[in-house]
Design a binder for this molecule. Structure first.
Ligand SMILES: [Zn+2]
Length: 170
């Protein structure tokens, strides 16, 4: 079977074509499906959100709207630098979805993050895999360092306003 390189994360996997709505190979997208099944079953304050944001940020389509990427970056920032749970990130996303947000056009990272969804799946289900998921998020967040200043600034501005009250009051 021929092998193809995922355009998002660089994983080399059996060639089954391209995923539909991501900058990903179909085989990589299927690995993400495995992880999603795990995180959804796992619960843990909606740990699932961490995987959603890491995967999206690592597989952003070059032509994707700024807002799609911004939501993933915001999620990674809140999770990695503010210690937010997946549930808190989800609430932040819902609050932001009601606002009009202007975002820059983000260039994708020049270098892929050093970890992929496969590293997470290679870890034993349970605490080890949850820890690997966080390491993956940290690696993806690091790969977007050129957009970190925007993300921090945006969050600090919004976290000081009504958005944070709404998020925290629930
Ligand atoms: Zn990939």
């Amino acid at each position: 079977m021929s092998v193809t390189k995922c355009p998002g994360c660089g994983l080399e996997l059996p060639d089954r074509g391209r995923a539909e709505r991501m900058n990903a190979s179909q085989a990589c997208w299927e690995l993400y499906g495995e992880l999603a099944a795990y995180t959804l079953a796992r619960g843990r304050d909606f740990l699932h959100q961490y995987g959603v944001d890491a995967y999206q940020a690592q597989h952003a389509l070059p032509g994707a709207s700024g807002i799609t990427i911004a939501f993933s970056l915001l999620g990674l920032y809140l999770a990695m630098e503010r210690g937010s749970t997946g549930l808190q990130v989800q609430r932040a996303h819902m609050a932001l979805a009601r606002e009009k947000i202007e975002t820059p056009r983000f260039d994708p990272p020049r270098e892929a993050a050093r970890l992929t969804v496969r590293d997470v799946l290679n870890a034993e289900p349970g605490d080890a895999r949850d820890a690997a998921l966080k390491e993956w998020c940290a690696a993806v967040w690091e790969s977007w360092r050129h957009a970190q200043a925007w993300t921090r600034h945006f969050c600090e501005e919004r976290l000081a306003g009504s958005f944070s009250r709404r998020v925290r009051s629930r």
